[in-house]
Design a protein around this ligand. Structure first.
Ligand code: AMP
Ligand code: MG
Length: 404
């Protein structure tokens, strides 16, 4: 074992270094159907009012409010997409269907339930109010109104409003292309029977899931051996097509840990060790052409926790998200959260509701090899370094992964 040459830096300082060195990717024009989940790269404004014409909110008769109480001749019909032609004369009504254009001259719509029909005449109620039962031009949006701001993630309603305002394509941020690989001579492809001393490569699949959830377009590479030359070749080839590299394993201080020297030779290592538990050996480097590399520790929980703390916010920055971090909520601890003297610790918890509160239970042993501490966890509780436990019953802010 050698001592590490890298200074142990504070978790928040490491986050700042990662984000400062992570670029925002460019935009591309994408058809609406492919925009789901993407991040808008431009501010959207309404080019014309919505609705663009006065339209009926109900099935009934378009009339003038001043004709209240009269029996009116039905002069024609205005159905959705088939407007009534011309001006509605005084003393007349036009049959109108939901979504139909309210004819010029008419100023309100009477619901079909509220009229008396006899032949081609209708008698309307004694009191009518101009503007009732119709949507006026610009009721939903006026021309020039802001619709969506850059940085918004496009979900159903956002895509709907873009379509309603006539946008078939949107300018969205590029998805980060991420090359993902595992390192370690002990690893075998999942599905193969491990020999003595071997284990299935589970990190690659866990990280693939985490990367996809974070919006990355992932190039899944294989397992790199603990030998400098093959590892270097795999990384260099993959970088050709990537905005980011994510590796797991090979970043601690054992003699077989080759990722740090490799990144050092390809670029600049900004973070080599962090005061973080789990995840002390987390490594971050910038490479040529604004590419970034994340060397995640091999222990399964360490790789996923450092993904949450460092990689996910960086991928969100690349995609132009306004919000980089997971949301936090106050939770009441149901256990004594014991700290680590010199490192910020992210403890995994499940949440349940008690009255108005969210209560956090530990997921059990927090060993960095024990993925069961993260499977089903709803949140990460950040326990500051030191000797002060966060006592059972106290309220802390938790980083929410999902809500129960
Ligand atoms: P390392 O960071 O390479 O020293 O690995 C630390 C620990 O994590 C070792 O017990 C490894 O066997 C384990 N490990 C490394 N890579 C993986 C992986 N891809 N899947 C599952 N466990 C791993
Ligand atoms: Mg290893």
């Amino acid at each position: 074992m050698r001592a590490s040459a890298y200074p142990l830096i504070d978790a928040d300082e490491a986050t700042a270094l990662v984000l400062d060195h992570t670029p925002v990717l460019g935009v591309e024009s994408v058809a609406l159907a492919a925009c789901i989940g993407r991040v808008l790269g431009e501010d959207l404004f309404a080019e014309s009012p919505l609705p663009a014409f006065p339209s009926s909110a109900v099935d009934g008769y378009a009339v003038r409010a001043s004709d209240a109480g009269k029996t009116l001749h039905v002069a024609g019909e205005s159905a959705a997409g088939r407007p009534f032609d011309g001006l509605l004369p005084a003393g007349a009504a036009a049959r109108i269907l939901t979504g139909g254009v309210v004819p010029d001259g008419a100023d309100c719509v009477v619901m079909v339930e509220d009229v008396e029909v006899s032949g081609d005449a209708v008698t309307v109620p004694a009191s009518l109010r101009a503007g009732s039962n119709l949507h006026k031009v610009g009721d939903d949006l006026r021309a020039g109104d802001g619709i969506l701001v850059a940085g918004t993630q496009l979900g159903a309603a956002e895509i709907g409003i873009a379509a309603a305002t006539g946008r078939a394509e949107l300018s969205v941020r590029r998805r980060p292309r991420v090359a993902l690989m595992s390192t370690g001579d002990e690893l075998v492809e999942v599905g193969r029977t491990p020999g003595r001393g071997q284990i299935p490569d589970s990190n690659r699949w866990a990280l693939l899931a985490a990367l996809r959830e974070a919006g990355a377009d992932v190039n899944v590479l294989g397992i790199a051996p603990d030998e400098p030359d093959p590892l270097r070749k795999l990384v260099v080839d993959a970088l050709d097509q990537a905005d980011a590299l994510v590796t797991s394993g090979g970043v601690s201080v054992g003699t077989h840990d080759l990722v740090k020297p490799l990144l050092e030779s390809l670029g600049t290592v900004h973070v080599g060790r962090v005061k973080l538990k789990p995840g002390k050996p987390f490594t971050f480097a910038t490479l040529t052409d604004r590419r970034v590399a994340f060397g995640l520790p091999g222990f399964p929980v360490s790789s996923l926790v450092t993904f949450e703390v460092f990689v996910r916010p960086a991928l969100r920055k690349m995609q132009g998200f306004a919000q980089l971090q997971r949301p936090t909520l106050p939770v009441r601890l149901a256990y004594d959260a014991k700290p680590t003297a010199d490192r910020t610790e992210y403890q995994r918890v499940t949440l349940h509701r008690e009255g108005r509160e969210l209560v956090a239970e530990t997921t059990g042993s927090q060993s960095s090899s024990r993925l069961m501490s993260l499977a089903g966890a709803h949140a990460l509780v950040r326990v500051p370094a030191g000797d002060q436990s966060l006592k059972a019953g106290s309220i802390v802010e938790a980083m929410i992964l999902s809500l129960p």
